[in-house]
Design a protein around this ligand. Structure first.
Ligand code: ATP
Length: 747
């Protein structure tokens, strides 16, 4: 799609607008010609023509509002966040006209016109979707964990945690690790309990060492190292491990990860630990620099989320760790008088990954020897299992909606409104967007500026989460409960990240987390019932992991994917290879979200001829949001940054899937509108990026994501784990700066 078809395609003026002559009568072409000649005559610079703006006769209700009087009538003096609700469908009042907000001349386009046609017919299935049997649930034909020969003390502990029967992957992995000394490659669905599948046998075997009056203690050595790609996952795994070892106070585990105090970690290691949960960069760092960390007792190396470890560019750090372990012999039969004979006689490496991508195979080659492939029986039976086709849990209801770019924001809000209108349900929703700047923009836009105070249950970390947790506006209606809004991405300080996730997890009220892919892996928040992929994932495997934050361990869950009309529709075929998704029209989302119980009656005169009164509501909401952004310098800045970073992130979809996410097809003007912007995209800085990306397509420049696609967006683990990302950013920034673009923040 060429740029000349672009909406809002003219420059922002810096001069305050002069009052203009208004031309009435005749056709819109006549009026435009007259306006042009008048400008020429007055010596005013010619206005670039907005070819995409609607001709007046096609938009009879549109008002051209000129000069200082540009604020749409229904919103004059009504820029408070709730203003749109009382606008009663008067969105027509300003749409399609010019606006002089902040002294600039801008065009506000209508939401429901000039949208690209959708190729896919959406026949919403009349019959209710019926969830198939859960595929990641505990097995009904296994009596309990005891049947897997686990120590009764551990089984008791599991019972206290309400875990009775193992899942399919636990039934496979636990016996393998309990008895042998062989490496394993573990592949299983999201939420199928992989964490317990490797923690339980390790613990069981270490507990067995305490016998005949001999007791394992914290300075008996490190027995197991678990490597996680993100700090959150490392912390979460550590929390689960802590829970399991609580009845055995002589055993100690610790988490070491980027963003934490190295000194404090060193001191904990010096005091003695038996299990280390680590992010790769920090682990490699300690192996190099912490003398107290001896590796000779290490019998298990668990590489969790192997594909993600590689995607994020941790290959070098992992190699360092693997090589260091290989260099150290596993020789001791006893340690400080404690016999180690019940441990594996060699070091066991377990590689967990949901996919068998090339980079995982490489990690396997680096780390595994004669590994056994372990997967649930039903996964092995899948016809295309060996091609690595990844499946979401069967009971996870996947939906998609094809939404024109201009309508994305109002559709998202409508979706959330209809979800939260169901009173009496605690509902947690995760919204994935492409980059950190987009997280920040949407969070600020959706938060309630009038109610900064948090629910009491969240007040413990009040200071840390003061900028990442807030009450939400727009998402609730008078009939629905209050919603708590959270934001999370890799650019936040670690303490803030941790406190935010804790808050989201503990929140007893309906809550939303707006986040990047930094939350797509491993995060286990049991009451997440809905995942919204507002921006599609950068790879299909990321999609599976994102949606896998719901429907865990046999529970139900929904996931909705927003796609744009056009090439993105091709992505639906890819989804079908895994789980056929249910289509949902954006019109029905708008209708449900905006007209529920007719809380916001639309004036008859404002009801469009087609009778779709929610169109008026949607226009009113969009107009209100745009106006709010325009009136708030900080919000405007966030919108611009969000838009720019989003466009840049869009170019980082993996090569195999880029045909569906063609940056040159992205309508920048319409996308700007989804960030509530009325400015020309070129003025904001995104056109430059698209040009740079077009160069990529012609092979003159390589995509920046050489170190892994996740790294390109910076959704990684921080210093020093972030080296690769830093390099990448440097390269990309240089490319952009040479083209005159601003600094940006993706990730
Ligand atoms: N046997 C079980 N019975 C009931 N719940 C279980 C069982 N095993 C694990 N769970 C629960 O299932 C959830 C998911 O477990 P876990 O995080 O280990 O899954 P996972 O396979 O690692 O998922 P992902 O691939 O998304 O990281 C956790 O809340 C865990 O407590």
């Amino acid at each position: 799609m060429a740029d000349d078809g672009m909406l809002l395609n003219f420059q922002l003026g810096t001069e305050p607008l002069k009052r203009q002559v208004k031309f009435t009568g005749g056709s819109w072409r006549d009026r435009r010609r007259a306006a042009k000649s008048a400008r020429k005559a007055s010596g005013a610079p010619a206005q670039p023509v907005n070819d995409d703006a609607e001709p007046a006769e096609r938009a009879p209700k549109r008002q051209r509002v000129d000069g200082e009087d540009a604020t749409p009538r229904s919103f004059k003096g009504r820029t408070s966040f709730e203003g749109w609700e009382s606008a009663k469908g008067s969105g027509h009042g300003g749409h399609g006209g010019h606006d002089s907000g902040r002294g600039s001349r801008q065009v506000v386009s209508r939401l429901f016109s000039s949208n690209p046609a959708q190729k896919t017919a959406v026949e919403e299935d009349a019959k209710e979707w019926k969830a198939p049997q859960p595929t990641n649930a505990p097995l009904s034909d296994v009596a309990n964990f005891g049947t897997l020969s686990l120590a009764s003390r551990l089984v008791d502990e599991l019972t206290k945690m309400n875990l009775e029967r193992p899942t399919a992957i636990q039934k496979k992995v636990i016996p393998h690790l309990l008895s042998g000394s062989g490496d394993a490659f573990v592949q299983a669905e999201t939420g199928s309990g992989k964490t317990f599948s490797y923690l339980l046998p390790m613990l069981h075997r270490v507990l067995q060492l305490s016998r005949d009056g001999k007791q394992i203690h914290r300075d008996s050595g490190v027995f197991g190292i678990i490597v996680s790609p993100t700090r959150e996952l490392a912390k979460q795994t550590h929390t689960v491990l802590e829970q399991l070892i609580r009845p055995f106070p002589w055993l100690v585990s610790t988490a070491i990860s980027g963003g934490e105090s190295k000194k404090a970690e060193k001191s904990r290691i010096r005091k003695g630990v038996n299990f280390l949960v680590a992010t790769p960069g920090r682990l490699a760092d300690h192996i190099d620099n912490t003398k107290a960390l001896t590796l000779s007792t290490v019998r298990w190396l668990i590489l969790d989320e192997g594909d993600r470890l590689m995607d994020l560019g941790f290959e070098e750090d992992l190699k360092k760790t693997i090589d260091a372990l290989k260099r150290v012999e596993v020789a001791q039969k006893t340690l400080n008088g404690t016999p180690l004979d019940l441990l594996p006689d060699r070091r066991v490496t377990v590689l967990c990954s949901a996919t068998m991508k090339m980079n995982v195979q490489k990690l396997g080659e680096m780390s595994l020897a004669d590994a056994t492939f372990l997967a649930a029986e039903k996964d092995l039976d899948e016809p295309n299992h060996d091609q690595g086709v990844l499946k979401a849990p069967a009971q996870l209801h996947q939906l998609y909606t094809i939404v024109p770019a201009k309508l994305r924001l109002v559709t998202l809000i409508s979706y959330l409104r209809s979800v939260f209108s169901r009173r009496g349900r605690t509902m947690k929703v995760i919204i994935f967007v492409s980059c950190a700047d987009s997280v920040d923009f949407h969070y600020e836009l959706l938060k309630d500026p009038r109610k900064p105070e948090l629910p009491e249950s969240l007040s413990k970390d009040a200071e840390l989460i003061s900028k990442t947790v807030s009450k939400a506006a727009y998402l609730t209606s008078p009939a629905s409960p209050e919603v708590v809004l959270h934001r999370m991405h890799g650019s936040l300080a670690q303490a803030v990240r941790t406190a935010t996730i804790k808050s989201f997890s503990a929140c007893k009220q309906p809550s939303v987390l707006v986040t990047t892919d930094v939350s797509s892996r491993g995060l286990d928040i049991p009451s997440v019932e809905l995942v919204i992929e507002y921006d599609p994932a950068f790879s299909f495997s990321d999609h599976i992991h994102r949606v896998g934050r719901t429907a865990r361990a046999g529970r139900a869950g929904d996931a909705v994917l927003f796609l744009l009309p056009g090439s993105e529709e091709g992505y639906i075929e890819l989804l079908k290879e895994s789980t056929p998704p249910t289509p949902q029209s954006y019109e029905s989302i708008l209708e449900r979200g905006l007209m529920t119980k007719l809380e916001f009656p639309v004036e008859t005169s404002a009801t469009p001829a087609n009778g779709k009164s929610y169109h008026g509501k949607a226009e009113a909401m969009q107009l209100h949001l745009e106006q709010r952004i325009l009136n708030d310098t900080r919000q405007l800045e966030l919108a611009r940054n969000g838009f720019k970073s989003h466009i840049r992130a869009y170019a980082t979809h993996i090569k195999d899937e880029r045909q569906h996410f063609d940056i040159t097809e992205l309508h920048l003007g319409h996308t700007a509108k989804s960030f509530g912007l009325r400015e020309p995209p070129g003025g904001i800085g995104a056109g430059i990026e698209r040009k740079a990306k077009s160069k990529n397509r012609t092979g003159r420049d390589k995509p920046a994501a050489a170190k892994g696609d996740g790294a390109a967006r910076g959704d990684v683990d921080g210093v020093p784990d972030q080296k690769s990302t830093h390099d990448l950013f440097k390269r990309k920034s240089m490319m952009l700066m040479s083209a005159g673009a601003d600094e940006f923040n993706i990730g």
